[in-house]
Design a protein around this ligand. Structure first.
Ligand code: HEC
Ligand code: HEC
Length: 226
């Protein structure tokens, strides 16, 4: 290692120790700083935080800086975010073209090659997590996302074509904007080609009407799924 590289690493490690929330791993620190400062300072770090971010950057069993460990985690949004870099810098365009409405009560299913299945339900910020101690969550696996309507029938069901072989963060691949090498944020809306979106349940809207805090004051206990 060249001396100046080592010096840089010491500086990074020193910075990490100073902010107190990072491990002394330059690769990990690069991942963390790549998240930018999208997450408003002062908000609590809870199950409702950082929708759309690569959760395992912090929640990975081995390298995660958070004490909470997950095998797989992510966020389900209603719509897409099809903007390029220049557009992303413009708040107005971003607000108009990026649908960050979270999908609550979406069912995320993992099916591994041995046939083992695991299912998690999203909370009111669209976030979901799978625990690290569940033997059914074994890479590689297929993933599907579904949502029931108010009548209890499935409203939408989508399936990812390829399988996931080791990346536990959906956002590790589903990075915005949608482009040749990224499918964009994970979304779950039905499109009829004429009117655009259909079937957006009022529950998701209600979340948006609130004051956009990262809490769900009236959230009932999470549903389970098979
Ligand atoms: C930049 C780091 C970081 C990212 C990215 C991140 N989290 Fe967290 N998360 C934390 C920290 C820190 C806590 C507070 C618990 C602790 O002190 O470790 C936390 C807490 C949580 C909790 C509560 C855990 C408990 O036991 O109370 C959940 C659930 C959670 N995060 C889910 C997610 C999900 C889902 C994502 C991705 C959409 C995500 N997190 C992204 C750092 C992060
Ligand atoms: C290793 C990279 C990778 C990871 C990790 C990943 N995806 Fe995907 N996903 C893709 C790619 C590439 C596509 C588009 C092609 C396809 O469907 O396979 C896709 C497509 C999808 C689709 C279908 C989208 C459509 O337009 O119909 C869904 C739903 C989906 N992913 C959900 C998820 C969820 C949920 C997670 C996390 C549990 C996840 N993905 C993790 C790469 C990934």
């Amino acid at each position: 290692m060249r001396p100046n590289t080592r010096l840089q690493m010491m500086v990074i490690a020193g910075f990490a120790a100073a902010v107190g929330s990072c491990v002394n791993d330059p690769v990990q620190n690069t991942r963390l700083s790549a998240l930018g400062d999208d997450f408003p300072a002062g908000l609590e770090e809870t199950a409702y935080h950082r929708p759309g971010q690569p959760c395992l950057t912090c929640h990975d069993e081995k390298r995660g800086s958070s004490s909470a460990k997950f095998a797989v985690a992510g966020t389900i949004f209603w719509g897409t975010c099809n903007i390029d870099k220049t557009e992303a810098a413009d708040d107005k365009v971003r607000n108009e073209r990026c649908d960050l409405t979270p999908v609550r009560d979406a069912e995320v299913r993992l099916i591994n090659t041995g046939g083992g299945r695991a299912c998690a339900v999203t909370n009111c910020w669209g976030n979901f997590t799978f625990p690290t101690n569940d033997a059914r969550i074994e890479f590689p696996f297929l993933v599907s996302v579904a949502k029931k309507g108010l009548d209890g029938q499935y409203l939408v069901q989508t399936q990812m074509g390829g399988h996931i072989s080791r990346e536990g963060s959906c956002a590790g691949c589903h990075d915005n904007p949608r482009r040749a090498d990224s499918p964009g944020q994970v979304y779950l809306f039905a499109e009829d080609g004429r009117t655009g979106k259909v079937g957006i349940p009022p529950a998701a809207r209600a979340v948006m009407d609130k004051d956009r805090t990262f809490k769900c004051p009236n959230e009932e206990p999470l549903r389970t799924c098979e």
